[in-house]
Design a protein around this ligand. Structure first.
Ligand code: GLP
Length: 243
């Protein structure tokens, strides 16, 4: 595991964007696993800038996103599909038919999970998986629990996650209670993983994830078992780490 210490959020975003850009340059037809949330917004902004300056070409890139709220359509401003369109897809020359997210409106949840796993398989798996981390150590929407889930599945969101994501919605009632997420097995199958963490409120859980026991109670701790993980975290997020 490589750990890069960033000065602050801007530095974290720059380092993250550089790693993603390097992946695209080294393999223009790569498959990127992408994440939403506040953590990657700065990095996406930099990738857009570099695209606009002519330094990056997304035309052959395929993307699969980690997760999507169940019940939200892609037109819903809180959906992750909308988020990706707003922060990245709508601003670069990516072929929208090669950007994939679970369909929050699918009638049959089980079937949707299998369909999404089929897509990830059919594109040949993920070259670089970008991950944020929730305040409770979740990755994607794999919440703390008794075991690690393998494939895409539908989850009941933890109360703490609903509260944390409340800021994006008008009221807490509007925050969806369920979501589709790639499983831990799918995330671990990515050839490379890039975990980005910012802020002191995640410092303690980050230290448990990086150096505590590997346990489904801290889903991100499973990354200790992956052979190619890069962590980019700012000083605040690393403030409890002794590594
Ligand atoms: C959300 C997403 C995760 C994300 C995490 C952290 O619930 N499902 O994929 O990594 O929370 O979000 P943020 O970066 O806003 O703290």
């Amino acid at each position: 595991m490589r750990i890069y210490r960033a000065k602050d959020y801007l530095d974290l975003s720059r380092k993250t964007a550089r790693i993603i850009a390097a992946q695209i340059i080294m393999k223009p037809d790569c498959v990127l696993g992408l994440a939403t949330g506040s953590s990657p917004v700065g990095a996406y902004e930099m990738l857009v800038n570099w695209y606009e300056e002519g330094d990056l070409d997304f035309s052959k890139v395929t993307t699969v996103n980690l997760d999507e709220y169940r019940g939200l359509s892609r037109e819903n401003e809180q959906s992750y599909d909308y988020f990706m369109q707003k922060h990245l897809f709508g601003k670069v020359n990516i072929d929208r038919s090669r950007t994939f997210l679970p369909d929050g409106t699918a009638a049959d949840g089980e079937q949707e999970c299998r369909r999404y796993d089929g897509i990830i398989q059919s594109v040949g798996g993920v070259d670089l998986q970008l991950l944020g981390m929730g305040h409770n150590g979740h990755i994607g929407f794999n919440e703390p629990g008794g075991f690690f889930e393998k494939g895409t599945h539908c989850v009941d969101l933890a109360e703490s996650t609903i509260r944390a994501n409340r800021r994006f919605f008008e009221s807490e009632e509007e925050v969806p209670r369920q979501a589709y997420t790639m499983g831990i097995g799918t995330i671990m199958a990515a050839r490379r993983i890039l975990l980005i963490v910012s802020g002191k409120e995640k410092a303690e859980v980050l230290s448990r994830a990086l150096s505590g026991p590997v346990t489904p109670e801290v889903p991100a701790s499973i990354l200790q078992f992956h052979r190619d993980v890069t962590v980019v975290a700012d000083e605040e997020a690393l403030s409890c780490c002794t590594l």
